[in-house]
Design a protein around this ligand. Structure first.
Ligand SMILES: [Zn+2]
Ligand SMILES: [Zn+2]
Length: 331
């Protein structure tokens, strides 16, 4: 499924098979998660994607061929390919353990062709081995929704009361991590989204409701919804010393707010991308914490419908595309 131009639907196209370059693996794609970032790429919120582009950066598949020098994985190994597709290894960020901020980083499904396809090629150094216990559909959302959520949660420190603004793919996973760590989760949804609130409670949230109803002061909040007005709203219920983490790659403008809301050593910060270390830590934690993902499956050819559903807030849990002949059944 190819993006020819932003703000246009993807096109179901026959393209030449990708070839694995030096240090790359060629992967037969079984499933690919649909992320809000894909929407931002398609809708033009993110500038200058490679065009034409195969989107998708939560790829689960098996290695079918290895390029020259690639020896980390064997043919037949199941791997995950995430958003971080390549870094320079030389800039000051790469050299200080912050490759997520690399000045020359290339991202899967943005500057590199991604997983809305039957085949994808990727630098093996940025791919992950995947834990057992997750079928191909359930594993896909771990690769960005889970991973970026995990990085966001780490930046919340040891916050006891955690607010999650927007209970989509990422929040439904990270809620489970937070509960596993003994935190109290407050799920903030659109007003009146009773099924979303019930879903959050089912996953262990002690409270779920709308932003203006939060009953207690929160020690940290993660904002997954791309709406800037949530930031001052979250600060309004944040305890002194607390942090608001903006987890999305794009957000509408944040309205101005009184300094009083920030006073008391409150912090507002963003999370950008991931490091390979985040991925390794999270994928090791996922089975240990008993994380389950709730997925809605779409055939690859229905990628536009999946994006529409995500844009309209109709997806419960995570949307995942599947090349149906290849994906393992739900297990
Ligand atoms: Zn770099
Ligand atoms: Zn993503």
């Amino acid at each position: 499924m190819v993006l020819d131009e932003q703000r246009r639907p993807l096109r179901d196209a026959e393209v030449p098979d990708p070839r694995p370059g030096e240090g790359q693996v060629l992967v037969r794609v079984h499933s690919c998660g649909v992320c809000r970032t894909d929407l931002h790429v398609v809708d033009g919120d993110l500038a200058d994607p490679r065009l034409p582009l195969v989107p998708g950066h939560q790829i689960v598949g098996t290695v079918v061929e290895r390029g020259q020098g690639a020896e980390r994985f064997q043919t037949g190994d199941r791997v995950g390919i995430p958003w971080l597709g390549w870094t320079c290894g030389e800039c000051r960020y790469c050299r200080s353990g912050r490759e997520n901020l690399c000045e020359r980083a290339l991202f899967t499904g943005y500057q590199l062709d991604g997983g809305y396809a039957e085949l994808a090629a990727a630098d093996e150094r940025y791919a992950f081995g995947l834990p057992g216990g997750y079928d191909d559909l359930q594993a896909a959302p771990l690769l960005c929704a889970g991973l970026i959520g995990y990085r966001s949660l780490r930046l919340c420190g040891d916050a006891e009361r955690l607010g999650l603004y927007g209970f989509g793919a990422s929040a439904h996973i990270i809620c489970q991590v937070a509960v596993h760590e003994g935190r109290e989760v407050y799920a903030i949804t659109r007003p009146g989204d009773e099924s979303g609130q019930a879903f959050a409670r089912e996953l262990g949230a002690i409270w779920a409701g709308a932003a203006d109803e939060v009953p207690d002061a929160l020690d940290a909040a993660i904002v997954f919804a791309p709406a800037g007005e949530i930031v001052p709203a979250a600060l309004r219920v944040l305890a002194p010393g607390g942090t608001v983490v903006c987890a999305g790659i794009h957000m509408t403008d944040i309205p101005s707010f009184s300094y009083e809301l920030l006073w008391g050593e409150r912090t507002v910060r963003s999370v950008a991308n991931l490091t390979r270390r985040d991925g390794e830590e999270f994928l090791e934690l996922a089975p240990r914490a008993g994380l389950r993902t709730r997925v809605t499956e779409y055939p690859l050819a229905d990628a536009n419908r999946a994006l529409d559903d995500l844009r309209a807030g109709r997806v419960r849990g995570a949307a995942v595309l599947t090349t149906s002949a290849e994906a393992q059944a739900h297990g």
